[in-house]
Design a protein around this ligand. Structure first.
Ligand SMILES: [Cu+2]
Length: 297
């Protein structure tokens, strides 16, 4: 005995038309999602990088797919609840057994959805982490140390002998550092930690990533607009975790070069990227400087 359904003619035509119109309107509204307002971005911050656009697309696409599925399922639920409600106390509901095509459908379809979600996630991840078509023009070694950030710009400036050297900016508990990035250029962040797990992120980049001792994480950004943005540590990393904030300044290439030269002139210069502020070497359990251990290279 298969699934028993009432005669099709029992559903008034105008109700079917109304349901179809509701579904169509939902798709129309969702398909029109742009990125100009926070509502349209579904509460995501406005992306200020090329890579952030990919993340926003994934976010919006996932919500549209989830909402479309939700509307379809809710529609079926309410349809069944209303259509097959008990009308008399002595009425026995229609008894049903398995329906093979239906069971195959609701087994296969979620698997297809997961595969599609997975595929979009992987392509977004590739675009954000390591797009093979985009060669980073700059590399910055970002060091998270308890409890501030150090930004290293290796081989960007030459010393008096013409040898490339590293310039850096170190934040302290009372001094918020600034991460300077050139606009419309791809910069790769190499993330290093000499002590505990931190997490490096800027809301406008639509990405954050753990900074882990002993692991070399990285991601890349291509800022589209000149401006200043706020960044912070997203991992509870100790007593003064809340002080691990920094500023991001996206500037023109000329201002970027001027900034790097300014760091050199100020004496913030070393041969290799340095691994943190003066507290980085004094963490419990660290017997020697991690800089000597080569963790930053
Ligand atoms: Cu931290």
């Amino acid at each position: 005995m298969g699934l028993q359904l009432p005669e099709r003619s029992a559903v008034p035509r105008r109700r079917r038309v109304g349901l179809a119109a509701l579904l169509g309107l939902t798709f129309f509204v969702l398909a029109g999602c742009g990125s100009d307002s926070e509502f349209e971005r579904l509460a995501m911050p406005k992306p200020v990088t090329v890579e952030g656009e990919h993340t926003l697309d994934l976010w919006q696409g996932a919500w549209i797919a989830a909402l479309a599925t939700g509307v379809f399922v809710w529609g079926l639920i309410f349809y069944a609840v209303i259509k097959f409600r008990r009308r008399h106390d002595d009425e026995v509901p229609v008894q049903t057994r398995y329906n093979l095509p239906l069971e195959i459908f609701y087994t296969i379809f979620p698997i297809i959805m997961v595969i599609v979600f997975f595929d979009h996630t992987i392509s977004t991840q590739n675009a954000v982490l390591n797009d093979p078509d985009v060669k980073p023009q700059n590399t910055i070694y970002v060091v998270g140390q308890q409890w501030q950030w150090t930004f290293n710009y290796p081989d960007e400036v030459e010393d008096d002998n013409g040898d490339p050297v590293n310039v850096y900016e170190v934040g302290t508990g009372s001094d918020i550092p600034t991460l300077v990035l050139p606009v419309n250029e791809t910069t790769r962040f190499e993330l290093r930690s000499p002590d505990v797990i931190h997490d490096f992120g800027v809301p406008g980049f639509l990405i954050k990533m753990d900074v882990m001792p002993g692991q070399e994480n990285h991601y890349q950004v291509t800022p589209k607009t000149i401006g200043t943005y706020a960044g912070k540590c997203y991992e509870l990393c100790g007593v003064y975790h809340s002080r691990m904030i920094f500023e991001v300044s996206v500037v023109s290439r000329a201002d970027y070069d001027k900034y790097l030269q300014g760091q050199y002139d100020a004496g913030n210069v070393s041969d290799e990227p340095i691994c943190g502020g003066k507290f980085a070497d004094t963490q419990a359990g660290l017997e020697e400087s991690d800089e000597e251990a080569g963790i930053c290279s």
